[in-house]
Write a new protein. Structure first.
Length: 106
């Protein structure tokens, strides 16, 4: 019984705080910085735009390393990392399209 009473009291305090301070909360407004990079034309650009730009800009991709060893295998690993580590909702069918674009343009 004491536990239930304590819970109800705590709930009442939380609701009172929400009513007091939550009612005055204003939406947060901010301005994003301008883009400094853009995705160049290439195969499957639309697939890349649809899958990648929800989480990051083209800047993030084009600061990745370049050179002979950073081609298809590198980009496949990066796309899989985005899916497995960061939870990117990329369909299996889109993975090779994204890899093709990144390999061709970076």
């Amino acid at each position: 019984m004491k536990t239930r009473l304590l819970f109800v009291l705590l709930l009442a305090i939380v609701l009172a705080l929400i009513l007091k301070y939550g009612a005055n909360a204003a939406p947060i407004a901010y301005t994003l910085p301008p883009e400094t990079a853009a995705f160049p034309p290439g195969p499957n650009l639309e697939t890349v735009m649809n899958n990648c730009t929800g989480c990051h800009s083209a800047d993030y991709i084009f600061i990745q390393p370049t050179g002979a060893k950073f081609k298809e295998d590198f980009w496949r690993a990066e796309v899989n990392k985005m899916i497995k580590v960061y939870g990117a909702p990329i369909a299996d069918a889109d993975i090779p399209k994204i890899v093709e674009y990144l390999t061709a343009t970076h």
